[in-house]
Design a protein. Structure first.
Length: 647
């Protein structure tokens, strides 16, 4: 035996020690304790030591320990009582790619998409790794969602009320108010509060001379007329405070130089440099002087000391808001999961070819079969350009090259529009929604309805609020009214399996529904511009209680999401037609469509669709406030009014 071979065999641990180490790591408690001291690079190296360690990921108990350590929100989303086998298959390699995607900058995706769109040759060697990162991210999003919805004790958290949004914005919108008089000012503090300090140096005799005897004071109080107290001053409205904040300022002396400067110069503050460049050399001084002459002759406004000192304080605490497709929001059961794909596209809206490429990417990775109705897909390779790709480039008139010469030099190059240097703003049409069969574009605006056939099957009516603008309300197209009661039901649900003789719930009549006429403030778009005004209009409100109750055997009821249960407040126009429209939805065509009791005769009838807007500022804490927008027959445009609904 050679010495080198003998040395290698002597350094190897005995087989009994290796078996003892592997046996110890098969215990979930020991493995969890060990992984708490390791990062992923060290844990990945440990799992790659032998095939036995790599097989840990095929054991459910050990796999859950590894995922709970390195995948955020996985420990809180899973239920140990459920079948631990994941619905979405995963491996160690996919976990490694997922952790890389969490640290990969998001801006690299559109940057690579621009290079792909304007390159002569295909850049598959750069696009394929990015597509692998998006595939790993989407896989673990579906894994967390499947663990949440597979739990038998799954319960949606109550949505917080958003009334503060309405109260905060109501004071900033124009509304007819009666302001307090402008001459009113706060009363000065009473002089009596200063008297003890001023008379503290006098003796007691002086105090006795100044104060009259108690008998004289008693006589004065008896014969003095009791005048009514003055009225309290009116509270200054918020609108007036906002207006007077511009001229109620402390009078601060200003220098003559500050008066000489215009207001525009004071408002324009140059950006503060993050670094100090090196001093220019003699060779570069001429070029810098020539470039400065070619610029505009407008002088640079001076920078005050206050603005210079305030700029570091603003950059010291940067406000960063994670995007809605971040993995941190994937563990929310009340928000739609957002999957990532990478398909370079330069059109303003996703074209059919790009949508097909996104579908093929999801099918090839095996994620298409694990998607649910309502899932959102975002294409990180979508770079909407304001101009068409065939537009000629815009050249500067002050350029040293002539337009003809520059055109000859760029004739063999692809046309690069001006928007490539400055892409268009963040797109609102980059979302794709899975409706059960295909991907449908979804515009995250206030008027676009969610492209889902039956929105009541979604887990919550707040399913898409995280991709909408801050003050926008989601719009749903509903075709059926779920079963409801006019009175608040008992918290105990009946169990028909244990007692099949429970009487079936009687249908609610129009006389049982609580309906009233109220005067509500609403937002109305202004005639000019994109503003809004706060006005008060009469509205009809109907309050019902929706709950998914089990039915006797043999009867089928459409699915209802858990977040749709609770108190419903339906809002309609404060007219006879608006009241009739609500009744038609509750006890008419809306109640008969889509049910086993309404079929038979209703199959031959035409189907109606109602557009409802979820009023977020009035919803929350078990209440769902829905406003009726329009109604139409299936396949037709929305009606301009609701007069035909009452017919």
């Amino acid at each position: 035996m050679s010495p080198s071979k003998h040395a290698r065999t002597s350094l190897a641990p005995p087989s009994s020690k290796r078996c003892g180490l592997l046996l110890a790591l098969t215990q979930p408690i020991v493995l969890s304790r060990l992984l708490s001291f390791l990062d992923w690079s060290a844990a990945h190296a440990l799992l790659d030591v032998s095939s036995h360690l790599r097989s840990f990921f095929r054991q459910s108990s050990l796999r859950d320990v590894i995922l709970a350590r390195f995948v955020p929100a996985y420990e809180a989303s899973r239920d140990p009582t459920v079948n631990p086998d994941p619905l979405v298959p995963i491996s160690i390699h996919q976990l490694h790619i997922f952790l890389i995607s969490q640290t990969f900058p998001v801006h690299r995706y559109p940057t690579n998409a621009l290079r792909t769109l304007f390159s002569f040759l295909p850049l598959d060697h750069e696009s394929e790794p990015l597509a692998s990162l998006t595939e790993a991210h989407s896989r673990f999003v579906l894994l967390v969602q499947s663990a949440i919805h597979a739990s038998p004790t799954f319960a949606l958290p109550s949505e917080p009320t958003h009334a503060h949004l309405f109260e905060k914005l109501s004071s900033t919108l124009p509304e007819l108010t009666s302001p307090a008089p402008l001459s009113y000012a706060a009363s000065s503090p009473p002089v009596a509060s200063l008297s003890p300090q001023r008379l503290c140096h006098h003796n007691s005799s002086s105090k006795s001379k100044l104060t009259p005897p108690s008998g004289a004071m008693r006589r004065l109080r008896i014969f003095r007329s009791r005048a009514p107290p003055p009225p309290a001053p009116l509270v200054e409205p918020h609108v007036l405070k906002h207006y007077t904040s511009f001229w109620r300022r402390s009078v601060k002396p200003r220098s003559l130089e500050s008066y000489a400067q215009s207001d525009s110069e004071n408002d324009l503050v140059p950006p503060r440099r993050q670094y100090v460049p090196s001093p220019p050399t003699s060779a570069t001084s001429k070029s810098t002087s020539q470039s400065s002459l070619s610029r505009s002759s407008t002088p640079t406004p001076p920078t005050s000391n206050a603005s210079t000192s305030a700029s570091p304080s603003r950059s010291r605490f940067p406000m960063f808001t994670p995007p809605p497709h971040d993995f941190a929001s994937a563990a929310s059961p009340t928000r739609a999961p957002i999957l990532r794909v990478f398909a370079p596209c330069g059109s303003p809206i996703p074209n059919p070819q790009t949508i097909i490429r996104c579908e093929e990417q999801l099918m090839n990775t095996g994620l298409w079969s694990h998607m649910s109705v309502g899932d959102i897909i975002v294409n990180l390779g979508h770079v909407p350009l304001s101009d068409s790709l065939d537009a000629p480039p815009k050249l500067n008139s002050n350029s040293s090259f002539s337009s003809t010469e520059s055109h000859d030099r760029r004739r063999s190059l692809p046309a690069r529009p001006q928007s490539v240097a400055a892409p268009a703003p963040a797109p609102t049409d980059n979302w794709l929604v899975f409706n059960g069969s295909v991907l449908v574009p979804f515009s995250a605006t206030a008027s676009a309805p969610v492209p889902v056939h039956d929105a009541l099957t979604l887990p919550s009516p707040f399913y898409y609020t995280h991709i909408l603008p801050r003050l926008a309300n989601p719009v749903y197209t509903l075709r059926r009214m779920p079963r409801f009661t006019a009175a608040c039901p008992s918290p105990v649900r009946p169990n028909l399996s244990s007692n099949p003789y429970i009487e079936r719930q009687q249908p609610v009549s129009a006389a049982d529904i609580q309906m009233r006429l109220v005067h509500l403030p609403t937002y109305v778009a202004t005639a000019h511009g994109n503003g809004a005004a706060l006005v008060r209009r009469y509205k009809c409100l109907a309050k019902v209680f929706v709950r998914h109750t089990p039915l006797p055997s043999g009867e089928m009821e459409p699915e209802l999401g858990a977040g749709w249960e609770g108190e419903w407040v339906l809002e309609g126009d404060g007219t006879k037609e608006g009241r009739a429209a609500l009744m038609d939805w509750l006890v008419g065509r809306g109640a008969s469509q889509g049910r086993s009791s309404g079929k038979g005769k209703g199959v031959e009838e035409e189907e109606w669709e109602w557009d409802w807007e979820l009023v977020r500022e009035r919803s929350g804490k078990g209440r769902i406030w829905m406003k009726l927008l329009s109604a139409r027959r299936s396949g037709e445009e929305a009606l301009a009014d609701v007069e035909s609904l009452g017919a």
